[in-house]
Design a protein around this ligand. Structure first.
Ligand code: FE2
Length: 305
């Protein structure tokens, strides 16, 4: 029987919510990953300009939403940066607070710009934020932000929201105070990782993982390369978001155009794209990936030639 979706046979199947396995519009399995997401770049300079112009557009009660989401430019996508993760540029104006809340999605931020006086309150502990810091807010931890300095602070948020949505496991709760949670904990928070401290002195090639195991879905690595250094990453099932912390990096996906990235610039590198990262100056790159998800599920796989 020829596959005519209008035929009585096939329309009856459709009415019964059946789809004939012999006439699928596209196969459901294939030999190697064929990512729908694609390598894409976002520039901090452009984001900063747009955020600086957003002043009056953001309602006063939504100051925690002064952000720009990095939407991977593939058809039908309105949110995710890579398959499981989303990134956003966010700013907090002087004197602004972002009310405390918690959610089942895990989040972290890489601080790009700001003066002392900007901080996140994580489960009652004050976590000061300085450029180059990585600040973690694991799943279901209370967090809110404040900027008591006289300059706007900027950072990049990274969250596993697309993964949580895919799993239909989203929970969200505003803090009962409906404001920034007061600081109640004493001592240093374990959720702050200054990149310079994590890497130690020097400019030699080095990769360090920060916050290992704190978040079950996201792995964080700082990649340092001296000028002229190069890292080659094979095809792998891991989906990566890169952000330049300092220096200048040239990232080239297999079969794609080389992109030169300045501090604060972001590049999405979906699974199964071999790629190289070259340091055009002494450079530190932040690598945010869904590697723990793939590893836990037995799906971590890479192809080396
Ligand atoms: Fe949040």
């Amino acid at each position: 029987m020829k596959h005519d979706p209008q035929s009585p046979y096939y329309s009856e199947l459709g009415r019964l919510s059946f789809s004939p396995g012999w006439a699928r519009p596209e196969p459901s399995m294939w030999p190697v990953p064929k990512p729908k997401f694609r390598p894409a770049v976002w520039r901090f300079a452009a984001a900063k300009r747009a955020l600086d112009q957003s002043g009056a557009l953001v309602p006063a009660e939504q100051t925690e939403r002064r952000n720009l989401i990095l939407v991977n430019p593939i058809e039908g996508n309105t949110y995710a940066t890579t398959r499981h993760l989303v990134a956003a540029y966010q700013c907090v104006l002087p004197g602004d607070t972002a009310r405390t809340h918690r959610h089942s999605a895990a989040a972290l931020r890489l601080v790009l710009k700001g003066k002392p006086g900007t901080y996140t309150v994580v489960d009652g502990a004050r976590v000061d934020m300085a450029p180059g810091d990585v600040v973690l807010t694991p799943s279901w931890s209370w967090h809110g932000h404040a900027n008591e300095s006289d300059e706007t602070s900027y950072w990049i948020d990274f969250l596993d929201i697309p993964f949580i949505q895919l799993n239909e496991a989203m929970f969200f709760e505003p803090h009962p105070s409906e404001a920034l949670e007061p600081v109640t904990a004493k001592g240093k928070s374990s959720m702050r990782f200054p990149s310079a401290e994590a890497l130690g002195p020097g400019t030699d090639a080095k990769t360090v993982e920060v916050g290992k195991g704190v978040m079950p879905t996201i792995a964080l690595h700082l990649l340092r390369q001296p000028k002229g250094g190069r890292v080659d990453a094979p095809k792998s099932t891991t989906n990566i978001i890169y952000a330049v912390v300092s220096g200048k990096a040239r990232i080239t996906p297999e079969g794609g155009a080389a992109e030169t990235l300045d501090p604060g610039d972001v590049m999405a590198m979906p699974c199964w794209y071999a790629h190289s990262i070259e340091a055009l100056e002494d450079t530190v790159v932040f690598r945010v990936s869904d590697e723990p998800i793939l590893t836990k599920l037995g799906l971590a796989r890479s192809q080396t030639h």
